[in-house]
Design a protein around this ligand. Structure first.
Ligand code: SAH
Length: 451
């Protein structure tokens, strides 16, 4: 009887992909529960208005549930909604965007375009960064369990290229054959910390980065020879030397062990030279769709002055620059701006400038000192735009605003402000699925100033 008392219908998912149910006015987050499921649960964290719970049993599965194709779905936590069929995932993401705009944004009868899904939602990532743990007899190369620093061994992540699995298997064998100890953050002992692999979608070329604690990497020539023999598409092997205990670091010093320092990829008509440290979109194909939309919504004629806030490596700016008079990007991470400047030069684009700094400080200053903008494009992190940024946009009165969002709730909050105070009307809302099987939703929104 007890489990019946604790049974609940999952009606939604949260930001981390947890199932959401309601009981007596209390919102309950049940990790592992999926919309349409009836589940039993046990609360482990109780707050005033919500509780977090552990899933005990799926009493009645959602009709959209499937057996997740990945073997480590339950332990990895990377693909929170892989147990929903892909169509249901897409419908769910569409609904999340629509409901956020209605509930948080206050937009009634808002028209949300059908989400742009992937043709095939597997093996879409071009980069994997795998922690190396375990022992030299039994190495673990995989991913961190959700909310932990404990890695689980992943033989073949279905979001990654199949060749990445072969590369990791070659490295496991090398660790065992030559007794190369994985790094232990607790003691500071051991050698191999992580493996980072990236590929060019366009050319198929692969780069492997072996991150070590210190400079030592025994039998590295043999390792390189084995890697290339098994995976001939490898054109670059780099050792990242890192002195910290942080597993996610790539290193402060890089040593080329084989081939070239960079690989080259394309998004649309733009070419990108990617080094071990470069920031680069992990799903180039869907990113292209997203940025083509941003460009379309910006509706440029060649005469416009454009600001792009939160410009990162300048990928959107590069798309826009070809059709605008000038584009000025603002980005907080100096290395991303360095990348952006390189990318501009590589694509022979010379009407782009950047300022390094916080958008909430830089942009209001630019506006106060007389800067004008015909179009403003924003692509903020999950927190959305800072209030100062929205104020400055409202002050500068651009004809159009393009908002690229990775979190519907903050998007809705910001759109409310822009439409109420700034007199902007929603012209189009287009969700795009860039990260299939995860709870993430990207949305591009076009806003136009009402005169
Ligand atoms: N369109 C970009 C990615 C945007 S992701 C690209 O193509 O690369 C969001 C970006 O906002 C990140 O690059 C992040 O470093 C930056 N960012 C985060 N907080 C910021 C702030 N307060 N001011 C400016 N940029 C910020």
């Amino acid at each position: 009887m007890k489990s019946q008392a604790n049974s609940i219908n999952i009606v939604d998912i949260g930001d981390e992909g947890e199932g959401i149910g309601k009981q007596e006015g209390l919102t309950i987050f049940v990790s592992g529960g999926l919309p349409g499921d009836q589940v039993t649960y046990k609360i482990h964290t109780q707050k005033k208005s919500y509780a977090k719970a552990q899933l005990l049993e799926v009493v009645k599965p959602s009709p959209d549930r499937i057996t997740p194709p990945c073997e480590v779905y339950d332990t990895c936590g990377g693909c929170q909604i892989q147990a929903l069929n892909y169509d249901a995932q897409l419908k769910l993401k569409e609904k999340i965007v629509r409901e956020a705009l209605t509930r948080i944004g206050g937009f009634e009868n808002v028209e949300v375009n059908p989400i742009l899904g992937m043709e095939w939602p597997f093996r879409y990532r071009n980069k994997g960064h795998y922690p190396v743990q375990g022992t030299s007899k039994s190495p673990v190369i995989g991913f961190f369990k959700q909310h932990s620093h404990h890695a689980i061994d992943v033989k073949d992540c279905l979001l990654q290229d199949e060749r990445f699995a072969i590369i990791n298997q070659t490295i496991r064998k090398y660790i065992v054959d030559f007794d190369v100890a994985p790094f232990q953050p607790k003691t500071g002992k051991g050698i191999l910390k992580s493996v980072m692999i990236r590929k060019s979608e366009k050319t198929g070329e692969i780069m492997v980065v072996l991150v070590t604690h210190g400079r030592k990497l025994p039998m590295s020539k043999t390792l390189v020879a084995n890697l290339i023999a098994k995976t001939p598409d490898i054109v670059s092997v780099i050792q990242g030397i890192d002195e910290s205990r942080e597993i996610r670091e790539l290193g402060q010093d890089f040593k080329l062990l084989y081939g070239k320092e960079t690989i080259v990829d394309q998004i649309g008509s733009l070419t990108f030279e990617i080094s071990a440290q470069s920031f680069y979109q992990v799903n180039a194909k869907q990113t292209e769709a997203l940025y083509e939309l941003a460009l379309d919504y910006a509706n440029l004629t060649g005469q416009e002055q454009v600001y792009e806030l939160y410009s990162g490596t300048g990928t959107i700016s590069l798309f826009l620059a070809k059709r605008a008079k000038s584009v000025h990007g603002v980005e907080i991470v100096p290395e991303a701006v360095e990348n952006a400047i390189k990318n501009a030069a590589f694509n022979q684009i010379d009407n782009m400038t950047f300022t390094v700094g916080k958008a909430e400080e830089i942009f209001p200053e630019l506006v106060a000192s007389g800067g004008s903008a015909d179009v403003v494009v924003v692509d903020p992190p999950r927190a959305g735009c800072a209030p100062e940024v929205l104020e400055a946009i409202i002050k500068v009165k651009p004809k159009r605003i393009v908002y690229v969002s990775c979190k519907p709730s903050t998007l809705a909050r910001d759109l409310k402000r822009l439409s109420e105070e700034g007199k902007y009307a929603l012209k189009a809302v287009q969700p795009v699925d860039v990260f299939g099987h995860t709870a993430h939703v990207e949305t591009v929104v076009s806003l136009e100033r009402i005169e």
